[in-house]
Design a protein around this ligand. Structure first.
Ligand code: CA2
Length: 159
């Protein structure tokens, strides 16, 4: 079977984080774990390095800023890992921006929204994503890097 790979001009992977994720590690550890966003950034960058990929790691509490970064990834990135936080469940703007991106997109959530309140069960991001990783805490970001590396053929002559 022919494996689907995405042609990748650059080695930059955007890791975008939405509202309130800057609070990680300070509250609700029973839901989101004890790692801070800085811890996740370091671990994600280290995992990406193994594959010859570089991480652009950002967090914003503002929907439009996240849209702008997705547009930036359009020209400067080779894939997007996104935990859009609560905007996952509300934002058609993020959905549209992601739909315009012809690069692999992996959606990550620390918790498993399907096991939580009904308003978290639908994600506009999922409809634009190649794959989704839910409920595995910060490990989800590392698995997302592995998925992107595989999809773009990083570290192989498909790059
Ligand atoms: O599980 C996830 O990663 C979520 O994207 C986290 C969002 C939530 O709205 C999504 O449904 C699922 C919330 C992030 C809030 O993060 C906090 C961290 C510490 C303390 C308070 C909020």
């Amino acid at each position: 079977m022919l494996k689907q790979t995405f042609h990748c001009q650059r080695t930059r992977v955007y890791v975008l984080n939405g509202p309130n994720l800057n609070l990680l590690g300070t509250r609700e550890p029973e839901i989101y774990g004890r790692a801070t966003l800085k811890d996740i950034e370091k671990a994600t960058a280290a995992r990406a390095k193994r594959h010859g990929l570089k991480i652009v790691f950002r967090q914003s509490n503002h929907e439009g800023e996240l849209v702008d970064w997705i547009h930036e990834a359009l020209t400067k990135g080779c894939g997007v890992i996104i935990n859009a936080g609560a905007y996952s469940h509300t934002s058609i703007a993020l959905h549209d921006a992601l739909k315009a991106l012809d690069k692999p997109i992996i959606e990550v959530h620390l918790s498993n929204p399907k096991r939580r309140e009904a308003f978290r069960h639908h994600s506009y991001v999922s409809e634009a994503a190649k794959g989704v990783i839910f409920g595995l805490g910060s490990t989800g970001y590392l698995l997302a890097v592995e998925a992107i590396a595989e999809l773009v053929g990083a570290g192989t002559d498909l790059k």
